[in-house]
Design a protein around this ligand. Structure first.
Ligand SMILES: [Zn+2]
Length: 407
């Protein structure tokens, strides 16, 4: 239960905007990021030392005191806004907490890597937790110690701003990301049909109502070009300026593809949560699949994780629920009579020998997903696991399919 009562849901949403710092501001920002990296590593060093000596965590309080000390030793550190520094110490202490949690889990026999917090090679973002930034007007945001920076607000951020991060991308573009807290209204179903969605390799998704959705052509084209640029980088000699240039081009295209993909996924998920009262998807283990090298590329390209996350956070306000179902022979089963047969990855149509039913393989799977009982007994309140994105990602049956395809 959370503090807003039974059927209210608080969630975080981020809003990203392009900003255009001047040359002088860029110099300032770069310098601050360099200093931030230095201070991050110094703090981590201290925390490690402290842990070795005492076996305890270096608290945020200790860290903030240590920052004061560091500022005396090196006055340049005072150039960084105190809020940004606080965020750095928060990140380190969060990193520690996560580390100790994983150590505990490991002791209990879970297969996780403990992963001690690591030193940073570079820092390319500065986060202001509460203060240090404000909107001057619709076109300018004032950042403390940097000045007024032009911003393109293509849509207004909703909710309450919790943090603001200024970020440098490898293409040299700058963005500002606001992480906002939004309180949802009471859940009210939109009263529409339910649907099962099968996440596929050929089409992006197949729906139990017969729709198949491909990723748009321009996106596929950009992705093709991405592969080409990747090859080009690997062919250039290491350390050469040609390679550096090729890498820059690749980074720029990467960002473009990311944006195009997000755009497509935003539109698709928005339309879907508006058209159905319940969306059922298979609980899959994307991470498992990611370890399958041959497929990792197409899977990360398709970015299902992102898609499912978007469905989740858009569903509530659209009166739709997202529900996971366990993958159970979704591909092998006939959606008409329940007969089971083996299907190789090459068979694109399901032909049922038992009842004569013929259907596209993925649509058949989507129908099976629709008729499977949800994993968490659907519940309109946001606390049920069914409306939260699964942290461990998804994908067992697809993995089974892939294993089949390999043999
Ligand atoms: Zn059948």
């Amino acid at each position: 239960m959370h503090k807003y009562g039974a059927c209210h849901k608080v969630r975080m949403l981020s809003f990203k905007y392009r900003v255009y710092p001047s040359k002088k501001q860029v110099l300032h920002l770069n310098r601050q990021m360099k200093l931030a990296k230095e201070i991050y590593n110094l703090l981590l060093d201290k925390a490690k030392e402290y842990y070795k000596e005492t076996g305890k965590t270096f608290s945020k309080f200790d860290m903030n005191n240590y920052i004061k000390e560091l500022k005396l030793q090196k006055p340049e550190f005072s150039e960084i806004h105190s809020q940004v520094l606080q965020n750095i110490s928060k990140r380190i202490s969060d990193g520690y907490k996560a580390f100790f949690r994983r150590v505990k889990e490991k002791k209990k026999g879970k297969s996780v890597k403990a992963g001690f917090p690591r030193y940073k090679k570079f820092v390319c973002s500065l986060t202001y937790p509460q203060f240090g930034f404000k909107f001057k007007d619709q076109r300018h945001v004032y950042i403390s110690r940097i000045g007024s920076v032009p911003i393109i607000l293509h849509r207004l951020p909703k909710g309450k701003i919790k943090t603001c991060t200024i970020k440098k991308y490898r293409s040299g573009k700058w963005y500002m990301v606001f992480s906002n807290e939004i309180m949802e209204e009471e859940f009210k179903s939109n009263g529409k049909e339910e649907v099962g969605i099968d996440i596929g390799l050929k089409a992006f998704v197949a729906l139990s109502d017969g729709q198949k959705i491909e990723s748009p052509k321009f996106l596929r084209k950009s992705e093709e070009r991405l592969k080409l640029l990747q090859r080009r980088v690997s062919r250039k000699a290491k350390g050469s300026s040609n390679r550096r240039r090729a890498k820059f081009r690749l980074a720029r295209l990467h960002e473009k593809v990311d944006n195009q993909r997000s755009d497509f996924l935003h539109k698709l998920s928005k339309e879907q949560v508006g058209s159905f009262s319940k969306i059922k998807v298979e609980k899959l283990k994307i991470q498992n699949m990611m370890s399958n090298h041959r497929l990792a590329k197409s899977i990360s390209d398709a970015s299902w994780g992102k898609y499912i996350q978007m469905l989740h956070y858009k569903a509530w306000s659209a009166g739709c629920e997202v529900e996971y179902v366990a993958p159970e022979n979704t591909t092998k089963k006939c959606s008409n009579c329940g007969n089971k047969q083996d299907m190789t990855l090459l068979e694109r149509t399901y032909n049922c020998p038992s009842c004569g039913h013929t259907e596209d393989r993925d649509i058949n799977a989507a129908k099976n997903i629709k008729s499977t009982v949800g994993l968490t007994g659907s519940h309109a309140c946001g606390d049920s696991a069914s409306t939260r994105p699964a942290k461990d990602g998804q994908a067992v049956s697809l993995k089974q399919e892939l294993n089949e395809a390999r043999t």
